[in-house]
Design a protein around this ligand. Structure first.
Ligand code: ADP
Ligand code: ASP
Ligand code: MG
Length: 411
């Protein structure tokens, strides 16, 4: 029988009523003749609570124990979903990541899926089971320890299962009815896209649009998974939501197709570092060893052989970064001061059309300057421009850019 993957995010399984509601949706696909793999997230708010408990217990926690704790929310929803389906007379069984097994790297808290042998679940489908409910976000390391795939990782679980089982489609059910030109929660003019190209979705996701985890888009692109985002709160047709697809499958698109933001950014500056060969490798080597994900980097013009080095990083990694810099200070490098600014955010415009059209950066900077917003750091790639600005201007910047690039209008 053809296989379908259906993923339900936290708000879609937030309580027993909602679980019943989405189980009915699963029942509709089972009735059509699909064997269904359901991937569930933890109930909304649960993972944040678990992360909070870990941080309170141990600020510079051992990531193996972090994973042991934060993966647990999905165990509850997987079991409840299987029970709900059974109550509806649909043969269903739940699996935790290690039981499948979802084999991952040992990079705890941000592990990557390496393999999902389909044999166990296929055998159960062969015996008449119709729905396999799998706890998203979790896996097992080569050492046999529980891993997690990074925040939002259930999306990646879903796409990886779709690839491993050759599913006809991977439907990501969430609390919005598709991918929008920007987050509809902060810009009321945001427009739902019927289709979006993999490359654009990849950029939007990596720049903060959390509707899909970045890695899930990468996998869908690589394994040609038919990926759709749709609402679990509305009745759905087969054409509903947003299809993430190849660029060639989209007829018209705007130069800029979306605006993304990331709230959880921080900026750190090492003041007065000796400007000599090898300095960047010492600083960024130490940060990388400490598990800090550096994003943007700027080095000032040097003055009398000394320079300032600024970089951005996720807010929750500031403590790790400070520790790493303190450890190398006075040994491998010297600097006058380490300044952290946790009140920043990143706003980005994305569009494949930028490859062939100039002037997007100039327009973006003009829009921000007209609003009196100071830009702290800039980075660009072929299809995106990102700026770091004060967090208090985040909504304003997103709305002003959405207006200026006329994203409410279709191409
Ligand atoms: P789930 O719990 O279902 O995984 P998430 O909260 O992870 O849901 O992702 C859905 C949220 O992503 C939406 O509620 C919305 O606020 C946010 N979002 C950010 N950017 C976009 C965008 N461009 N289009 C749609 N939603 C977006
Ligand atoms: N529950 C996890 C999180 O909140 C994974 C997910 O929902 O995708 O990050
Ligand atoms: Mg999510």
């Amino acid at each position: 029988m053809p296989v379908l993957v259906m993923k339900f995010g936290g708000t879609s399984v937030a309580n027993l009523d909602r679980i019943r509601r989405v189980a009915k949706r699963v029942g509709v696909e089972v009735a059509k003749g699909y064997d269904v793999i359901v991937i569930v997230s933890a109930m909304s708010g649960k993972t944040n609570e678990l992360v909070g408990w870990v941080n309170e217990t141990s600020p510079l926690y051992d990531a193996r124990e972090y994973d042991a704790v934060v993966s647990s929310g999905e165990n509850v929803t997987a079991g409840l979903m299987a029970l709900t389906l059974q109550e509806m007379d649909i043969p269903a069984r739940s699996w935790q990541g290690w039981q499948v097994p979802v084999m991952t790297t040992a990079a705890h808290s941000q592990a990557r899926i390496e393999d999902i042998p389909p044999a166990n679940i296929m055998a159960k489908f062969g015996e008449g089971m119709r729905v396999a409910v799998v706890a998203g976000f979790q896996g097992v390391s080569p050492e046999g320890r529980i891993t997690t795939l990074g925040r939002g990782g259930s999306d990646t679980t879903a796409v990886a299962f779709a690839a491993a089982f050759g599913a006809e489609r991977c439907d990501i059910y969430t609390d919005v009815d598709g991918v929008y030109t920007t987050d509809p929660r902060i810009c009321e003019k945001a427009r739902k896209l019927d289709r979006i190209a993999f490359e654009e979705m990849l950029e939007l996701a990596s720049l903060g649009a959390k509707v899909l985890q970045t890695r899930s888009v990468e996998l869908a692109m690589r394994f040609k998974v038919k990926l759709r985002v749709l609402s679990s709160f509305e009745e759905q047709s087969d054409e509903a939501g947003t299809l993430v697809c190849d660029e060639e499958e989209i007829m018209e698109s705007n130069v800029v197709s979306g605006v993304a933001y990331s709230r959880d950014e921080a900026k750190m500056t090492l003041l007065s570092v000796a400007d000599r060969p090898g300095i960047a490798t010492v600083i960024f080597g130490a940060l990388s060893d400490a598990g800090v994900n550096v994003d943007m980097i700027v080095q000032n013009i040097s003055d009398e052989g000394r320079t300032d080095m600024t970089f951005s990083l996720p807010t929750d990694q500031v403590a790790r970064a400070e520790k790493a810099m303190t450890e190398i200070r006075g040994k491998e490098i010297n600097f006058a001061e380490l300044v952290a600014d946790e009140d920043v955010c990143k706003v980005s415009v994305v569009g494949i059309g930028m490859r062939s059209q100039s002037g997007v950066a100039a327009k973006m900077f003009k829009v921000l300057s007209d609003e009196g917003i100071n830009i702290k750091v800039i980075t660009t790639s072929e299809i995106k421009i990102s700026v770091l600005i004060d967090r208090k201007y985040m909504e304003l910047a997103v709305q002003a850019l959405h207006d200026a690039f006329e994203l409410e209008k279709a191409a």
